[in-house]
Design a protein around this ligand. Structure first.
Ligand code: OXD
Length: 308
């Protein structure tokens, strides 16, 4: 019985080392080193090449190496009868908190404008807003969304969250599914932290942008598939949105000729908001492997019918 790693970039060594450190009794293999594909009982993967799962007939558990699981569902070879898991990690949450907070503060204190003015050699103070006067809406108020909301609230922002069901988080107004329009109408900064599912694909579109207050700011740290790129460009060009920070894209790396590169008021970062770190998450993978062997319930399971 073995734990199989499959990654798009084949960067396996940090994961092998960290898993050995977490539990040296586990046999950790990759598609290149596995001797008999029938030995793989659990796989943990990140954007596995399509069709990969079909090669391993005895997989009981397939886990994502990150918080997102959309890459699992994109592969038609994903077996129907396996248990699916994802990573829930304090470091992933705190990295996301810091990144989104930095972007919100960057926006209200106009730091992007000063970067531009500096290049021109221009000294020109501009008005700024204070966090206490700005409402941030977190679209997708699950584990990561709530963590981000709490930090923004501690900084002083007014914070709201939107998710399927209402959530109880002190000092944060929680909106549920049928209250989306009311939520959007107040969101001066909108942070997308939704899972990517059939329901949320393309949700960041013209219709949604025009439900936000004029001049709202968009931060997408979820998935590129949430965003309709052309609609965003139109909303920026008409000043319905005052700017945006994008960490995720439909195609990554973002193609050289993509119009976002030349669009003013777009901050582009290369999917670095919160990166899964093998050393910090291997203990939970090893624990789940042992739970699988002992027939116990696994942690951080994903509901296949919901897609997250
Ligand atoms: C993740 C990611 O889902 O890095 O963990 O996007």
């Amino acid at each position: 019985m073995a734990l199989l790693l499959i990654r798009n970039n084949k960067d396996y060594q940090p994961w092998i080392d960290a898993l050995k450190e977490a539990d040296s009794s586990i046999e950790v293999v990759t598609p290149e080193t596995i001797k008999d594909p029938a030995d793989a009982a659990m796989a943990i993967t990140w954007k596995a090449p399509k069709g990969s799962y079909a090669n391993y007939p005895n997989l009981k558990v397939i886990g994502s190496m990150g918080a997102g699981v959309d890459h699992l569902f994109e592969d038609p070879s994903l077996p129907k009868d396996v248990i699916l898991t994802r990573i829930v990690d304090e470091k992933l949450a705190s990295d996301m908190q810091e990144f989104v907070s930095a972007l919100c503060l960057n926006h209200i204190r106009n730091l992007k404008t000063y970067t531009k003015l500096q290049k021109e050699g221009t000294w020109q103070p501009t008005d700024y807003k204070r966090a206490k006067d700005v409402t941030v809406g977190i679209l997708g108020f699950g584990t990561l969304g709530q963590a981000v909301g709490k930090m923004l609230k501690n900084i002083g922002f007014k914070v709201m969250g939107w998710s399927h069901s209402k959530k109880e988080v002190t000092g944060i107004t929680s909106y549920m599914q049928n209250e989306l329009d009311a939520f959007l109408s107040k969101a001066e900064i909108l942070v997308c932290l939704l899972p990517l599912t059939e329901e949320t694909q393309g949700i960041l579109n013209t219709e949604l942008f025009y439900k936000l207050p004029k001049g709202a700011y968009l931060i997408n740290v979820a998935r590129g598939g949430h965003l309709v790129d052309e609609d965003l460009i139109e909303a920026l060009n008409t000043n319905q949105l005052s700017g945006t920070a994008l960490d995720v894209f439909r195609t990554e790396p973002l193609p050289e000729d993509h119009p976002f590169w030349n669009q003013e008021d777009v901050i582009i970062t290369p999917h670095i908001a919160s990166m899964s770190n093998a050393a910090s998450v291997s203990a939970q993978v090893a624990e789940n492997y042992q739970r699988m062997q002992n027939g116990e319930e696994l942690k951080n399971q994903v509901k296949a019918d919901r897609g997250y």
